[in-house]
Design a protein around this ligand. Structure first.
Ligand code: CP
Length: 314
């Protein structure tokens, strides 16, 4: 199977075949992380730059580990320690990085579309590590990988995505990906945090996306419950009265989880806010795959780097 793009900017642009190619390639890379010597020569001589304008624990670290496990040179740049603090623009930063011949640049930026802007300017492969509330494609790919690992399929599953949908790039990328692979996605959360364009996306998804009228309705009978953090850093107004009230009305408790299918799995992209959108007893329960998601993030990012800069397919 082929993956013919120079960049990975969003799930919306990917075909089902592209997604399957990433997931199958990730399966072949997963065992590298279980070896005593966690290294293969696949990307020797390649350079990967992590250019992060927002905080990150999982995405940045797993891209760095993925690059290093494939013998690439990995370089991390954060906004606070770069010349961006001296007024350099994103475009000039990218042009200067390009002058050092990187093979891939992973960018996280608060502005939707920033990775797309760079993709048209530089020869290096651009990977979207999260752009504002727009997309986070590698998170959706690792989520799909994790669901498939545990459920053996995605098609036909009922998947609830619950929380601050409005500010979530994870919700958007997962909605595109999971509906493309045949899942039934139910969106739940405060009405004030479900943007109107989800109804439009629902139309484009040919009936496989519904906006539930309550969290309980979203979760009822679900095979997968994916909880999302409230992204207070992206809010300029109050969307709910208090965190306590949010937790009572929309938070995932073991009692609420009883509404889901008895074999339901629980996911969260992290960082989690225990006691707000999800209770500790759910986070630490056997149903929780939150740390499996993190483990699989390395394999999926190895696959993405390999397909973009390490294979001859391009
Ligand atoms: N899920 C996720 O993107 O986590 P980080 O913000 O820590 O990268």
């Amino acid at each position: 199977m082929a993956f013919n793009s120079k960049d990975l900017l969003g799930i919306r642009d990917l075909t089902v075949e592209d997604i399957e190619t990433v997931l199958e390639t990730a399966e072949s890379f997963k065992e590298v992380s279980a070896r005593a010597i966690k290294k293969v020569p696949t990307l020797r001589g390649k350079t990967v730059i992590n250019l992060f304008f927002e905080p990150s624990t999982r995405t940045r670290t797993s891209f760095e580990i993925a690059a290093k496990r494939m013998s690439a040179d990995a370089v991390n740049i954060s906004a606070t320690t770069s010349s961006i603090t001296k007024g350099e623009t994103l475009i000039d930063t990218a042009r200067n990085l390009e002058a050092m011949s990187p093979d891939a640049i992973v960018i996280r930026h608060p502005s939707p579309g920033a990775p797309h802007q760079l993709a048209g300017l530089v020869n290096a492969s651009i990977i979207n590590g999260g752009d504002g509330a727009h997309e986070h494609p590698t998170q959706a790919l690792l989520d799909a990988f994790t669901i498939r690992e545990h459920k053996k399929r995605i098609s036909g599953l009922k998947i609830a995505i619950v929380g601050d949908i409005m500010h979530s790039r994870v919700a958007r990328s997962n909605t595109h990906l999971l509906t493309k692979l045949g899942a039934h996605v139910r969106i739940g959360g405060p009405r004030t945090m479900i943007p109107p364009d989800y109804q439009k996306i629902a139309g484009a998804c040919e009936g496989s996306l519904t906006v539930a009228s309550s969290v309980d309705e979203a979760i009822s009978g679900a095979d997968v419950v994916m909880m999302l953090r409230i992204q207070r850093e992206r809010m300029s107004e109050a969307f709910f009265p208090s965190l306590k009230e949010y937790s009572i009305q929309y938070g995932l408790t073991l009692r609420r989880l009883d509404l889901a299918d008895r074999d339901c799995i629980v996911m969260h992209p992290g960082p989690i806010n225990r006691g707000v959108e999800i209770n500790s007893d759910v986070v630490d329960s056997k149903r929780s795959l939150i740390l499996d998601q993190v483990t699989n993030g390395v394999a999926v990012r190895m696959a993405v780097l390999f397909l973009l800069v390490g294979s001859e397919a391009r």
